[in-house]
Design a protein around this ligand. Structure first.
Ligand code: TYD
Length: 205
């Protein structure tokens, strides 16, 4: 079945403000009368949330880690994202394919192309209509985090490689990935995001 809704993803290093921006966008879209579904990765449905706990709370090998993120993604796409898109909803996902490329492909050293190919398998080649990459120096982002999970506890060098991975991916997919400076004010960042989404919605009428 062809998906008719709009698929928006948010990406960025730890503490880049994704959660705040997703909530601001969700409220803005609801106020404009749209039907919105917010989901996250790893996670989404009960099985994907169980995988989230495994991958974030256990010291697993890099390839195991990648496969767990992909398993969670396959489940989220199948049971949450695709049904909502098919129903015409606007779906906002907190992290998606680009996180696997940046964290596992670049920072864990598995390789960009291997991860991209496995992403395509896991999602059945579902790509976001638009991805907002909230870009910030990880030193600033990490300082904003109180509790740290296994990934967040990695070194600053690791997170700098993650950032580089995201930015490289954005250069290669400039039509889909919109890079925003996340050190600006929440209101300014939201304004840029809302404007971009509005343009896409208007172009579809
Ligand atoms: P989470 O607490 O959701 O972090 P955040 O609020 O920053 O999104 O934890 C998810 C962690 O998993 C985060 O450190 C990024 C990492 N991750 C990957 O390494 N690969 C992936 O494919 C995904 C989706 C997340």
């Amino acid at each position: 079945m062809v998906a008719t809704g709009l698929f928006i993803t948010f990406e960025g290093v730890e503490g880049s403000g994704k959660t705040t921006q997703i909530e601001m966008l969700r409220k803005w879209l609801l106020a404009a009368g749209h039907s919105v579904l917010v989901t996250r990765e790893p996670g989404g449905d009960p099985a994907a949330e169980a995988i989230r706990n495994i991958v974030l709370e256990n010291d697993v090998a890099p390839r195991t880690e990648l496969l767990l993120f992909l398993a969670s993604r396959a489940q989220n796409v199948e049971t949450v994202i695709l049904p909502a898109l098919t129903a015409g909803k606007i779906v906002i996902c907190d992290r998606f394919i680009d996180s696997s490329v940046a964290y596992q492909g670049f920072a864990r050293g598995i390789g960009r192309d291997t991860v991209a190919a496995l992403n395509e398998f896991a999602t059945g080649a579902l790509y976001p209509d638009i991805t907002f990459l909230l870009d910030i120096d990880p030193a600033i982002g990490l300082a904003r985090q109180a509790d740290r999970n296994r990934m967040e506890a990695e070194s600053l060098t690791f997170h700098q490689t993650v950032r580089k991975g995201f930015l490289t991916e954005a250069e290669n997919s400039s039509g889909r990935i919109c890079v925003l400076n996340a050190s600006g004010s929440f209101a300014d960042i939201h304004f840029s995001i809302a404007n971009r989404v509005l343009k896409i919605l208007e172009s579809r009428v």
